[in-house]
Design a protein around this ligand. Structure first.
Ligand SMILES: [Fe+2]
Length: 396
């Protein structure tokens, strides 16, 4: 077996991995250290091997090489599937991830969140969601952030079940998020008199709960709210409404602008909004992505007038395993994460070998220190790490 690696930037996985191995039909690529595959990490690519023994894996996007990796393990399989073989190749020294800048951050100094999206709770799936809460709670993070579509039909019964699950399984855990289009009933008429039990009431309940946990929380009349954990400001933008529309009112835009002006450039902020921005959606092509929000351009302009923003969105149900990846950085250095979905996902793209596990629901870990951010996707099924959902960037 031979492997020729040509990477582009230190610490980043994008590039070409040219494999040569006679007598095999397919190969899987794993990150490794000192002759062992990284434990708990799935493969970062699968390729078919041609009759001449050659195959190429092309990685795009801004995915990182795990900080502990110094090798690539290739596992190949014989054409009759009778035998697999593993071989380890060094990651070229110049491209190995190192310390990004400044001093090392201890685990204690980091702010750590779990990011989820698109739970689509129905009364038949409450057990699944409650199990998820219990598992997330056991991971000991500073909080859980949900990018919308908490429930599937926006009806009071679903919000009541959601609240009961949170009360029962997430005692003492800070959780917040934003509204998705499924958090409002498709047709508002039958529920017009009982909106009190819908999403707005649920958000108020989250705010009161945050207060009980000693977390600052402030709701603006426009519907936007602001909360703060350690030094990080979290702003929830409600970009959804009846008829399953993704819409952002003028008032919220003004309120957002005001909140961003207030803290100046230095304040680091996390903004949660269900609909992704066209310019930074994973499937965007040269800056031209599908437009989801009705005030996409205006929101983009407001955000890109500022720095130090981490924008979390959902809605697309795109897997982080798709070639384009789920994180984009803007020219301003702002970070846009498409948080995938807790539900099963579709994997689009032209890759020839796609394992079924890549369609599994995911949640993200987001860890922030003074000068770096690490984002990592895990399978909802069993917490396995998807290396295609791993990102690491310096922060200003
Ligand atoms: Fe959704």
């Amino acid at each position: 077996m031979e492997l020729a690696i040509s990477l582009k930037r230190k610490g980043y996985a994008a590039g070409e991995y040219r494999f040569k191995g006679k007598g095999c039909i397919a190969a899987a690529f794993f990150w490794a250290k000192a002759g062992k595959r990284l434990e708990g990490w799935e493969a970062f690519g699968y390729i078919p091997v041609q009759a001449n023994g050659k195959g190429i894996l092309r990685m795009t996007g801004e995915r990182g090489i795990p900080r502990e990796a110094d090798q690539i393990c290739i596992r190949s399989i014989r054409p009759d599937f009778s035998k697999t073989e593993e071989k380890f190749f060094p990651i070229p020294e110049a491209f190995r991830p190192g310390r990004i800048q400044g001093t090392d951050i201890t685990e204690k100094e980091k702010i750590r969140f779990l990011v989820i999206s698109d739970l689509h709770l129905t009364l038949r799936r409450t057990g699944f969601i409650e199990n998820l809460w219990k598992r997330l709670k056991s991971r000991h993070f500073d909080g859980i952030l949900a990018a919308g579509d908490w429930v599937n039909d926006g009806i009071p019964e679903q919000f009541e079940a959601l609240k009961a699950g949170i009360k029962g399984c997430l005692e003492g855990v800070f959780i917040t998020g934003t509204a998705g289009n499924h958090d409002y009933p498709e047709k508002p008429i039958p529920y017009a008199g009982s909106e009190i039990s819908g999403y707005p009431m649920f958000q108020d309940w989250l705010g009161l709960r945050a207060g009980d946990l000693g977390v600052e929380w402030e709701t603006d009349p426009s519907g936007i709210y602001r909360t703060r954990i350690k030094n990080l400001e979290i702003i929830g933008v409600n970009g959804a409404a009846h008829w399953r529309r993704l819409t952002l009112g003028e008032e919220q835009l003004h309120a957002l602008e005001r909140l961003l002006e207030e803290g100046g450039e230095s304040r680091r902020r996390l903004i949660i909004c269900h609909g992704p921005l066209a310019a930074f959606t994973p499937r965007n092509r040269n800056g031209k992505g599908k437009i989801y929000l009705d005030r996409d351009r205006e929101l983009c302009r407001v955000l890109e007038n500022h720095k130090n923003i981490i924008f979390l969105s959902g809605h697309t149900h795109f897997s982080p395993n798709m070639p384009e990846g789920s994180v984009r950085r803007s020219a301003q250095g702002n970070i846009y994460l498409d948080a995938g979905s807790i539900c099963t996902m579709e994997v689009k793209g032209r890759e020839e070998l796609i394992p079924g596990s890549w369609t599994e629901g995911v949640y993200f870990e987001l860890k922030m220190g003074e000068d770096e951010i690490e984002i990592l996707a895990r399978s909802v099924a069993d917490d396995r790490i998807f290396p295609r959902g791993y990102y690491r960037f310096p922060l200003d």
